[in-house]
Each structure stands twice: as C-alpha cells, then as structure tokens.
Design a protein around this ligand. Structure first.
Ligand SMILES: Cc1cc2nc3c(=O)[nH]c(=O)nc-3n(C[C@H](O)[C@H](O)[C@H](O)COP(=O)(O)O)c2cc1C
Length: 212
C-alpha cells in the first residue's frame, strides 16, 4: 500500500526549504503527497519565479523542483474531499514547510480552512509524525502559544534556524537550506545526506577562520 508523507507548503517565506525536503524524500524512495496553499503560490512566485497551477501541476512542480517527480502526487489546497483530509487515507505523517504563522494558528485551533490545515489536523489526531517549520521572526505571544499548542498536540516544532557548525561561517545559502531540511528529515526518521553530522571535533572539516 502506498503510504506517502504529506508535504504542506504554506505562505511563509522559505520555499527553498520545501524544495530541499521534497527532493530528499524522493531521493530516499519515499512517496510524497504535496499540498500548496493559495498564499504559498505567491511566495513561490516571489522567491523562485515558479507558478504552481492546479491544472498544470506536473509541469509546474517539476520545473520548481528541477527534477523528475518520482512518486509525487498533488492535491489542490481547496479540495477538502482530497485523500489527506481523512484519517483513513494512508499516510506516514506530515510536514508543513515552511509554516506560516497563520497555518500554525489554524492547525493549533483546528480551523481546517483548507486542505493543508485539515491534513495537518488529521495527522495530529491520528498520532502520526507531524513536523511544522515556522519561519517568522520576531514572534508574538500568540505565535508562541500556537507553537506550544502544536507541541502539546504531538507535533515536532522545528524552526527554520540553520546552524553554521558543520558548514562554517562561509556557508552558502544552499548549505544552510539543506541544514534545515536535514533536521526536518531527521525528525521524520528518513535517512539523508543533506549535511555532515557533528563528530565531536571542532573545525574538523574547514580551513582556519572558516575560509574555503
Ligand atoms: C512574499 C510574502 C512573504 C511572506 N512571508 C511570511 C513569513 O515569513 N511568515 C509568515 O508567517 N507569513 C508570511 N507571509 C504572510 C502569509 O502568506 C499570510 O499570513 C497567509 O495568510 C498565509 O496563508 P497560508 O497559511 O494559508 O499559507 C508572507 C506573505 C508574502 C506575500
């Protein structure tokens, strides 16, 4: 039985994180069900120039990811009758990457205003692995309360906070993106090679001062 990871892309900045996560899941041989919120179409357009149209999703998503789609299915965000809206639909779990403050709030209070929020609520109620990757900074008390509610409901709250410790001060944007994506795959329990793991030795892989 096909048991995909649901990947929800909401309208926070940080669509490259989603691209890296999806690519690494497909590389690991995982099936992916993709849901892109209406607002995420704007961030995708702004950050990558890519359009994602429901009627042309195969071409559009393939162009955005820059690769063959493999075992990737797509569900329109407005389709509340889609598979992932039901707990009986087989799924390993869900990641919302990036997660807007609106999506975090909606999932935390069970708003289900679109398929992304409904699928995340389903993932939580079915006690499946659920990872949310908020990007906003700074944050309000309300943002923090919603993240705490998600944590208490069983989600892994994994802020898009790249570390420099394995890549050094001269890290490229791609390395920092892959660091966050790798932490997401760790939280999902999916093997990856997105970053070099800390081995207990300072400055092990870099020349002095973090230079090339
Ligand atoms: C270019 C752009 C960047 C945005 N960046 C963020 C962000 O980093 N974090 C956030 O929480 N919202 C951000 N927003 C606002 C969300 O898109 C907005 O709250 C939207 O309602 C989220 O809807 P969704 O959760 O259904 O995707 C951004 C909007 C735009 C147009």
């Amino acid at each position: 039985m096909r048991t995909p990871w649901i990947v929800g892309v909401s309208g926070a900045s940080g669509t490259p994180y989603a691209r890296s996560v999806i690519g690494a899941l497909l590389d690991a041989g995982e099936a992916v069900d993709l849901v892109v919120s209406r607002a995420a179409r704007l961030t995708l357009l702004d950050e990558t120039g890519a359009s994602v149209r429901d009627g042309h999703w195969k071409d559009d998503v393939s162009a955005w990811l820059g690769r063959d789609l493999g075992d990737l299915a797509y569900w329109p965000a407005g389709d509340l009758a889609a598979g992932p809206s039901s707990g009986s639909y087989p799924a390993r779990g869900m990641v919302v990457v990036p997660a807007s403050t609106a999506a975090c709030a909606g999932i935390a209070i069970g708003l289900s205003k679109d398929l992304l929020q409904r699928a995340a609520e389903v993932s939580l109620k079915e006690r499946r692995r659920t990872v949310v990757v908020p990007r906003e900074t700074p944050v309000t008390r309300s943002h923090l309360e919603h993240l705490l509610a998600l944590h208490d409901a069983g989600a892994v709250v994994l802020p898009a906070s790249p570390g420099f410790y394995s890549v050094g001060a001269q890290a490229s944007a791609g390395q920092l993106i892959d660091f966050v994506a790798g932490k997401v795959l760790d939280a999902m329990g999916v093997p990856h090679t997105l970053f070099t793991r800390w081995a207990g030795e300072l400055n092990a892989q870099r020349s002095p001062l973090g230079g090339p």
